[in-house]
Design a protein around this ligand. Structure first.
Ligand code: NAD
Length: 499
């Protein structure tokens, strides 16, 4: 397949007139190589007949360093909410200093839940070990460890919350299957680590299976992420559409892009119910900045996806075909230049000139592209409403900061119990260490003490409050509590390892 299959029905802005008018889009030139590749990409898109009216916003490093830890200001949000289409070059997230990733902020604030990352090879014109590779990674874009909720809880222990929701799983899995159906793809593969994270990744896998049932004509399979990633790196041609939680999708799409030829070649579309954002998958490559040597292809092809999205398929195809012809003619930037394969090593701007010079031409060897849809391939999936489960409180996990031996911690915990519930276990970094722990287990200063209602007894929040009051009085340094519920009788919490 030679298209770069994006899309879904575009959320059209007020007054946005598709091909007949001039379509406002919000553009950010970004940091590092961003300005160079954005300038090159916009020049090519315009030369290809894109009917767009870019509105430039400033985001990223410049704002971060002026003290704006979000990296974006209110005026930029106004433009984004009005145009609902964002063409964005990569930005640099300064290390440390409390700066939050602007990419994550934009994706989550605008509800861009689906990150579509096509990765294909262009053999024999771009060197790769995987000439038959043509896959699309559909990465969940809002949840998982990207909730960014992190805490330091003790001297030794830090935590990051992994949040996975049923609506989030439904939307992304539906998107993956709807995408596969709309673009004639044959198989959807899910990667999770649900042998370990049985509740969070377990939910993702479960919803994948539920959604797959509605698509009997599309093959489906699931791999545990570790062996799945190994297979992806070894035989990427065995995959078609892949759907996975946020972090796995982030990592594996870089791997997939790189083994296809270069991380500099891969575009991405971030799709939500209201807005869409188009960007390269790579970062701001600060070491290449200002050298006019970066490959603008990822951002340019993201621009092609954007043109399809806003209903300009002819311009999209013209640009894409001219780009394919340029690649085929061996006009290559540094990252993909290979003696014997490439013909001419060119700069970022010279590559853009070469694509513009080929505008109107189609590739001779690679399949040419024709976009006929005006971005109406399928509606953006939403989550279905669900009846709330019957939820019952059955206990509480209390996390404690202590350097005392576990027997002493257990003794102090048991001394605070008022009746109707018991200390069921103590774990250290998830491993059960009381009762009957092993001396070999390495323990930190962070303990989870699980209190559970005794059989036939009920448990309620007032008992948690009383327990915490008594712990405070006895000088126990508790750092967090986590309520233990059953939902329709099913435990909503995992066991301790070794329990
Ligand atoms: P990177 O993707 O910027 O660079 C990784 C490697 O790929 C480097 O060797 C770089 O030279 C090369 N590379 C990347 N794009 C290229 C291109 N177009 N042409 C040629 N070579 C290219 O990743 P990084 O170094 O880990 O991150 C740099 C900065 O980018 C960080 O601040 C990071 O937070 C940010 N980042 C931003 C985005 C985004 O804005 N969407 C995504 C990822 C990383």
């Amino acid at each position: 397949m030679n298209d770069i299959n994006t899309l879904v029905s575009p959320p059209r802005a007020e007054g946005q007139s598709g091909r007949s008018g001039t379509v406002p889009i919000t553009v950010a030139y970004g940091d590092g190589i961003g300005p160079e590749i954005m300038e090159a990409s916009l020049r090519v898109l315009m030369a290809g007949g894109a009917d767009i009216a870019p509105e430039t916003i400033t985001i990223g490093e410049q704002l971060y360093l002026s003290g704006n830890t979000a990296g974006i200001d209110p005026g930029a949000w106004e433009s984004l909410r009005r145009t609902r289409v964002f063409y964005k070059a990569p930005i640099t997230t300064p290390q440390g200093g409390g700066y939050k990733s602007l990419n994550v902020t934009v994706r989550k604030t605008l509800g861009l839940y689906a990150n579509i990352r096509p990765c294909r090879s262009y053999a024999p014109f771009v060197s790769t070990r995987h000439p038959g590779m043509d896959l699309v990674i559909v990465r969940e874009n809002e949840e998982d460890l990207y909730a960014g909720i992190e805490h330091r809880q003790t001297d030794d222990v830090y935590q990051c919350l992994k949040l996975i929701s049923r609506p989030g799983c439904e939307k992304i899995n539906r998107y993956a299957f709807a995408y596969a159906q709309a673009y004639g793809r044959k198989k959807v593969t899910c990667f999770t680590k649900d042998n370990i994270m049985k509740l969070t990744d377990g939910l993702f896998h479960k919803v994948f299976r539920e959604v797959a049932e509605a698509y009997p004509d599309i093959e489906n399979e699931h791999w545990i992420i570790d062996i799945g990633a190994a297979k992806l790196a070894d035989t990427p041609e065995a995959f078609d559409v892949l759907v996975m939680p946020n972090l796995y999708g982030d990592v594996l799409s870089d791997v997939a892009a790189q083994i296809a030829g270069s991380v500099g070649l891969a575009p991405s579309a971030n799709i939500g119910e209201h807005c869409a954002m188009f960007e390269a998958i790579h970062g701001s490559a600060p070491r290449r900045a200002g050298k006019n040597s970066a490959n603008p292809s990822g951002l340019l092809l993201a621009g092609v996806m954007m043109l399809v999205h806003i209903g300009q398929p002819e311009a999209a195809a013209r640009v894409h075909n001219a780009w394919l012809r340029t690649i085929e003619d061996g006009i290559h930037t540094d990252d993909i230049f290979k003696p014997g394969v490439s013909k001419e090593r060119v700069s970022t701007s010279a590559f853009a000139d070469a694509v513009i010079a080929r505008m109107g031409l189609t590739p001779v060897h690679l399949d040419s592209v024709a976009y006929t849809a005006s971005g109406e391939a399928f509606p953006v999936p939403t989550a279905s409403p669900r009846k709330p489960a019957v939820k019952e409180l059955v206990g509480v996990d209390i996390f404690v900061h202590s350097t005392q031996p576990v027997e002493e911690i257990a003794r102090r915990m048991q001394a605070t119990i008022t009746g109707g519930y018991e200390l069921a276990m103590i774990t250290n970094r998830g491993v059960k260490v009381w009762p009957q722990g092993l001396p070999e287990t390495f323990c930190t200063d962070h303990w989870r003490c699980r209190f559970l209602a005794q059989p036939g007894q009920s448990f309620n929040p007032a008992m948690v409050v009383e327990l915490l009051r008594r712990l405070t009085l006895s000088g126990v340094d508790f750092v967090k509590t986590e309520h233990l519920f059953t939902f329709d009788g099913e435990p909503g919490f995992s066991l301790g390892q070794g329990q």
